[in-house]
Design a binder for this molecule. Structure first.
Ligand SMILES: Nc1ncnc2c1ncn2[C@@H]1O[C@H](COP(=O)(O)OP(=O)(O)OP(=O)(O)O)[C@@H](O)[C@H]1O
Length: 237
């Protein structure tokens, strides 16, 4: 875990000229399993959007040591996703292969097998022909994880992957995240589930409109640090 794959140097981020996250310097290392935590409005999603380059820093530098097109998988918050378009679960999952096979090319039999395997893995074997707007929130999240299986990205960014999913789905998706980590991928997830962070996410970044602490989850999630984060951005976890 020694090569920094993402580096932020004195980065400030914001929206319409208003700063949401001030002067953050930190590194994410290749193969690390990171949780980003903090109260509502702390700047967690804003940070992820800077890592995808959806937003540019107001100040400072973000350095990415991977290929954005081929090696990044990003799961936005479900609330930010439009799923009214009439595609099937199969097509959604197949999109994960696009960086490899090219958009709109028909999948070959090897890709077809991989799609079926991914659907099995997330417990959606019988759902291939379903239109995505007919899925529950948890089923849709499972389908998005199946798409990420197809992507085979080295860097995986997840924004609140367990929001609005039941405990069975949470366990299934957590198992996949842990598997990706074991395979040596870098996983960075915005999470509100503090017990899960303490138990399963070795590394943690605590935000509160600025960087409050970064390091081992077991060490930095102290009552004092959590209080400071709450105090600085007047939000709740
Ligand atoms: N698209 C946007 N346009 C304008 N302001 C935004 C936008 N997205 C976020 N903000 C503002 O940036 C600040 C940080 O928001 P962000 O969504 O990053 O917080 P968060 O830590 O992810 O919170 P939550 O846990 O509630 O999702 C907030 O003040 C928010 O209002």
């Amino acid at each position: 875990m020694s090569i920094p794959i993402i580096e932020l140097e004195h980065v400030s981020l914001g929206w319409r000229g208003k700063t949401a996250l001030r002067d953050v310097s930190l590194q994410f290392h290749q193969g690390g399993l990171y949780a980003i935590v903090g109260p509502n409005g702390a700047g967690k999603s804003t940070l992820l959007k800077a890592l995808t380059t959806e937003i540019a820093p107001l100040q400072g530098q973000v350095r990415l040591g991977f290929n954005l097109q081929k090696d990044l998988a990003f799961l936005p918050q479900q609330a930010d996703m439009d799923r009214s378009f009439p595609i099937t679960v199969y097509d959604l999952v197949a999109m994960g292969a696009w960086p490899r096979i090219g958009a709109w090319r028909k999948v070959d039999s090897a890709e077809h097998k991989r799609i079926q395997h991914a659907l099995e893995k997330v417990g959606l074997s019988g759902f291939a022909a379903r239109r995505i707007h007919t899925l529950s929130g948890g089923q849709f999240q499972r389908a998005l994880f199946a798409r990420m299986i197809l992507q085979e990205a080295g860097v995986i960014l997840l924004d609140e992957p367990f929001a609005a999913v039941d405990s069975d789905t949470t366990q299934a998706l957590l198992a996949l995240i842990l598997e990706w980590h074991e395979q040596g991928r870098t996983v960075i997830a915005v999470l509100h589930e503090m017990e899960m962070v303490q138990k399963h996410f070795p590394q943690c970044v605590l935000l509160g409109g600025q960087l409050i602490a970064q390091g081992l989850s077991t060490e930095i999630l102290t009552p004092e640090n959590l209080h400071l984060a709450r105090h600085l951005c007047a939000g709740d976890f």
